[in-house]
Design a binder for this molecule. Structure first.
Ligand SMILES: [Zn+2]
Length: 397
């Protein structure tokens, strides 16, 4: 490799680590830690693009690595273990099929200034190693790679995947319950929240633009309304794809075999204030989750929505007064208190279990829950030790 190319790769790695650390910093506001990719994307993507010369896929991969590291720290906290917020120091950089091209004996990798070509040097060329086999075989598809820099050398760990996909359904099935709503588009029984703010905001903008065009009444305005409509549908659709991906990822990460939604039929009669637009968004989201989940061997089901918002997910007591406000659930019998949408998500998961009692093989046996108290954004509170600025040794990542 020529010296200039090595410099470009080192600088790319440097900026990649900077991007990941930037996302970690943004995730922590001194009190809460944000672990949702969509929220962190909104918050950091433009900034990181401004501050670095990284390829857009590097910006996304750096964010994903930061989210993974944050999630594992949060998981430790929830088990009562101590852990500090992650810091990325070990030099590495992620590649996928959009910022790298993998060939039999070389690859081209995006850097902060165009692409460079790197020749592979297989470990121990004389022995019969499987490395080159995987790269040369048609049965294995290269899905991405991690570039490491150690002791003055670059190492490319290439990931391959067999072209036959056999989804592995987790045994002893577990359900992820999902509640859909106007304020929070989706809330899972594991305590992940996806706000509907963006969708509601875009919708509002669209309605206003359409109204002003309608006042014109010309043929041009009419055509323009249609094109605005198509653009908006695309924008909403893309956002819903993102949320669907994250819901499926949540199910995979928490090892769920089933995802339960409430039955969408007649949802506009049940939920006051629900616009046709929301119903459209819910159906889209449900469809996207269905097919994305199927690819991962997870089944998606709808359950009867009766009383999911008024029923206590802890003791089963069902009463209208359990819902003193839109956001709060407070059981009048056992005193259980939590975010109302989260309580509903648990009930939706539990409902699927009850519906399936007595059926055979593959039926779920439990609901994946978050045992903690959640705030309205579903973000996780930081333990006092971390909040007080007690930064121990950072985990090596
Ligand atoms: Zn109760």
């Amino acid at each position: 490799m020529v010296g200039g190319d090595a410099d470009l790769l080192r600088e790319t790695i440097h900026q990649f680590l900077h991007a990941a650390n930037y996302v970690v910093d943004a995730a922590y506001d001194g009190e809460w830690v944000e672990t949702r990719k969509s929220a962190l994307h909104e918050e950091t993507y433009a900034d990181v693009r401004d501050r670095t010369e990284l390829h857009s896929n590097h910006v996304q991969s750096a964010r994903d690595r930061a989210v993974d590291a944050l999630k594992s720290v949060v998981a430790k906290w929830s088990k009562g273990e101590s852990a500090t917020l992650p810091t990325f120091t070990t030099p590495f950089c992620e590649y996928n099929q959009r910022n790298a091209t993998f060939h039999n004996d070389h690859a081209t990798l995006a850097t902060v200034d165009g692409r460079v070509t790197v020749e592979y040097v297989f470990p121990d060329e004389n022995r019969d190693t499987p490395h080159s086999e995987y790269l040369r075989s048609d049965e294995w598809e290269t899905t991405g790679a991690t570039l490491h820099y150690r002791n003055g050398s670059f190492y490319l760990h290439v990931r391959t995947k067999a072209n036959v996909d056999v989804p592995n359904r987790p045994e002893n099935g577990t359900v992820l319950g999902v509640d859909l709503g106007i304020e929070n588009l989706a809330v899972t029984s594991t305590g992940q929240f996806w706000s509907a703010d963006e969708l509601n905001h875009w919708r509002q903008e669209y309605v206003e633009r359409r109204q002003s065009l309608q006042k014109c009444g010309t043929r041009w305005a009419h055509e323009n309304i249609q094109s605005v409509g198509r653009k908006e549908a695309g924008r909403f659709g893309q956002h819903l794809h993102c949320v669907a991906n994250e819901i499926v990822e949540e199910a995979v990460e928490t090892n769920c075999s089933h995802i339960a939604f409430e039955n969408l039929t007649g949802i506009r009669e049940r939920m006051t204030n629900l616009r046709r637009f929301h119903e459209w968004a819910f159906r889209r989201l449900y469809d996207y989750v269905s097919y994305k989940a199927e690819e991962r061997g997870i089944s998606v089901e709808q359950v009867s929505p009766n009383y999911t918002s008024q029923r206590c997910s802890t003791c089963g007591f069902t009463h209208e007064q359990n819902r003193p406000s839109q956001e709060l659930f407070c059981c009048q019998d056992c005193g259980y208190e939590n975010h109302a949408d989260y309580n509903a998500a648990k009930n939706i998961g539990l409902k699927l279990l009850r519906d399936q009692t007595g059926s055979e093989g593959g039926a779920p046996v439990g609901v994946r829950l978050n045992t903690g108290m959640l705030n309205a954004n579903g973000v996780v509170p930081v333990p006092d030790s971390v909040r007080a600025g007690v930064h121990g040794e950072s985990p090596r990542l």
